[in-house]
Write a protein that binds this ligand. Structure first.
Ligand code: GDP
Length: 310
């Protein structure tokens, strides 16, 4: 078993309007991954009207930033109980979560379900109390509210000791002590590197990845997104697709992408801990496993619950 110290995989849990988009924008800008030409044209994880209506987020898009020598993969989470199967699949890609909470409003009930799942899956939380620039902000009160919520949701002793980062996503600063001065988000990056465990697993083992989401691209078609659970995958390699009905299909991986900024970058290979997009597996479905052709071992299939609008 090895640790990928060059990677951190995190999910963001936030109530609509608490500042997720602004914070991820800020992290992208300050991580130096943006080149002059690469503008943030469309807001990073912008919510659609349905989300706004329900006070939740239903999209899951991946972003990656680089801090010093570490790549931080950020996955967005759907924030609603109705998407149960999806929440679990997404959270299984990460080792920690950033819970973004508005420094005036405090935690909102809509984020409870995802937070409960994250705590159950033993993920490491970092609480980001955002909008501390606002004159009406009350970060200490909100911090106590978050602590009460963690206790109510059955957080473990370690989880209750969550690190707190006070931030203004809008002004692009973060700090771990309210009395500190800060003009950048570096304390947030540092907290992620320090507190969120690096992916841990087998690298010298047959390749295995469960498909978390599917993305479409005009040039490469249907792509399978997931985190490499173990081993390594190379472009051009033959793999086994373990279908839900337990049959096996053999495919060739035509392209491998990792995430970079808001986009993707093509790579030759990827290994345990990487969050990737694979092309070549065509009609593969969410929940199925892509595995080494000689060791086609499926990971447990996570059932997808149909969203029921309440
Ligand atoms: P999301 O729905 O969680 O993605 O929230 P947004 O990032 O879209 O932010 C919602 C609103 O809060 C926008 O009007 C932002 O400009 C504002 N906002 C976000 N972060 C901050 C902050 O740190 N301070 C202040 N004052 N406003 C913020």
């Amino acid at each position: 078993m090895k640790r990928r110290d060059d990677i951190r995989n995190i999910a963001i849990i936030a109530h609509v309007d608490h500042g997720k988009t602004t914070l991820v924008d800020g992290m992208l800008k300050q991580s130096g991954i943006f080149h002059a030409k690469q503008e943030v044209e469309e807001r990073v994880m912008d919510s659609n009207d349905l989300e706004k209506e329900r006070g939740i987020t239903i999209l899951a898009k991946n972003t990656a930033i680089k801090y010093k020598d570490t790549k931080i993969n950020i996955v967005d989470t759907p924030g609603h109980a109705d998407f149960g199967g999806e929440v679990e699949r997404i959270l299984k890609m990460v080792d920690g979560v950033l819970l973004i909470v508005d420094a005036f409003e405090g935690p909102m009930p809509q984020t409870k379900f995802v937070l409960t799942k994250a705590l159950e899956l033993d993920l490491t939380p970092i609480v980001v109390i955002n909008k501390v620039d606002r004159p009406d902000s009350r970060p200490q009160v909100v911090e106590d509210m978050v602590l009460d919520l963690f206790i109510e949701l059955g957080a473990s002793e370690e989880q209750i000791e969550f690190p707190v980062v006070y931030a203004s996503a809008l002004e692009g600063f973060a700090k771990t002590d309210l009395d500190e001065d800060s003009d950048n988000l570096e304390p947030l990056f540092k907290s992620v590197i320090e507190h969120i465990p690096a992916p841990y697993g087998e690298i010298e083992a047959p390749f295995q990845m469960i498909v978390t989401t599917i993305e479409y691209n005009d040039y490469v078609g249907r792509m399978a997104i997931g985190k490499v659970n173990r081993g390594e995958v190379k472009r051009g390699e033959k793999v086994a697709v373990c279908k839900q009905d337990e049959s096996i299909e053999y495919k060739n991986i035509t392209k491998i992408f990792t995430y970079q900024g808001l986009g993707k970058e093509e790579v030759e290979s990827a290994k345990m801990g990487d969050i990737i997009a694979l092309a070549g597996t065509e009609d593969i479905n969410i929940g199925e496993t892509i595995a080494d052709a000689e060791n086609p071992e499926a990971l447990p299939f996570i059932t997808i619950e149909e969203p029921t609008v309440t």
